[in-house]
Design a protein around this ligand. Structure first.
Ligand code: DAH
Length: 339
């Protein structure tokens, strides 16, 4: 029995020292100390040993087991530290390599255009305000001189929440909120999202942005409107730009106009960009209708004002010579990165 144990022990120790991986080492351990291992086999054979010899043999088996376990642990820690060193060698960090460039996004063309518009009007003493996107019919239509059954209501296909509440079709509703606030004089712009039940195409989207403008004070005239909007166009599109006011109709202004700017692509000769016209329409405007002032408790005999509404996408498309509005909403990096 002693020789048998001696043999198991010697063989085990030499296999342990020859193991070159943790897996191989584990296999050796299992083959000797495991449930079906050689040493366990001996313990199972104890019943054949004479009872008086059993304590001695037992002690011998335990001694052998301890020796082997110790050898396994020693080998294990050697293998582990070799692995660790190998890993460290493999993962050297070259601190002289240039760092990876961090890719941060940048403002959307709409945002760039809006910030430019805001900068220009803030420079003229305007305040930037906001109004609700979910709006009462009253603010979106009624108070803007567009009563129920008015044909102008048809032009703006509307998303209704219920009979009285809708998604605003125009930022002009903010004019009413501000005038109702009662603080005069007013000099504000109100940028924001507007909604119309339109099909998506190159120039339409069910959700787009407008920038509303409103000035109310004593002695405001049409020449203030023209001077302001001409100044805005020059700042926005360059000193060479020409402007033109065409009579138009909006229910909440009287008189009303649309402002065109000379095509900056062809300078007015006519091209694909301006559809051969030489001019491009960029906003609607007019003198605030006396009835609108009255509905907001402002005396039209004492105060007058002008208002305007600019399509933000329009400005962005023109400024960056983009010919399809859908590009602004697709979020394709290859497009967005160009601005
Ligand atoms: N709200 C008008 C629209 O969406 C644009 C507009 C025209 C706004 C004239 C104004 C204005 O403030 O005076 O078509």
């Amino acid at each position: 029995m002693k020789e048998k144990l001696q043999k198991i022990s010697e063989e085990a120790l030499s296999s342990i020292n020859l193991s070159d991986s943790l897996d191989a080492l584990n296999e050796v351990r299992v083959s000797v100390l495991g449930k079906k291992g050689a040493l366990t086999g001996i313990l199972k054979g104890m019943k054949d040993v004479a009872p008086e010899d059993r304590p001695k043999v037992g002690a011998l088996v335990n001694e052998t087991r301890e020796k082997i376990e110790e050898a396994v642990n020693e080998r294990k820690s050697k293998l582990e530290s070799a692995l660790r060193e190998e890993k460290l060698r493999r993962e050297v960090i070259d601190v002289t390599l240039p760092a990876k460039k961090i890719k941060i996004g940048h403002p959307h063309p709409n945002t760039v255009a809006l910030e430019e518009v805001e900068r220009i009007f803030i420079g003229m003493g305007y305040e930037v305000v906001e109004g609700p996107e979910v709006e009462y019919d009253y603010y979106n239509f009624e108070a803007l001189n567009i009563p129920a059954n008015h044909p102008a209501k048809d032009e703006q296909d509307t998303f209704y929440i219920n009979k009285d509440i809708l998604l605003r079709t125009q930022t002009s509703s903010v004019q009413i909120h501000i005038m109702e606030g009662g603080k005069l004089p007013v000099r504000m712009i109100a940028p924001g999202r507007v909604f119309r039940s339109d099909e998506v195409d190159a120039t339409h989207s069910p959700c787009f942005h407008q920038i509303e403008g409103l000035v109310v004070d004593k002695g405001i005239t049409m020449s203030d409107l023209k001077g302001t909007l001409e100044g805005f166009a020059r700042e926005m599109f360059g000193d060479d730009i020409k402007t033109k006011f065409r009579p138009h109709h909006f229910p909440f202004t009287e008189p009303s106009a649309e402002m065109d700017v000379s095509c900056f692509k062809c300078g007015g000769k006519g091209c694909r960009f301006c559809k051969g016209e030489g001019w491009i329409e960029i906003l609607g405007c007019g003198m605030v209708h006396p009835h609108v002032l009255e509905m907001c408790n402002i005396d039209p005999e004492e105060y007058t004002g002008f208002a305007f509404g600019v399509g933000l996408e329009r400005i962005a498309l023109l400024k960056y010579e983009i010919d399809d509005m859908r590009l602004l909403y697709e979020n394709d990096n290859r497009f967005l990165e160009q601005f």
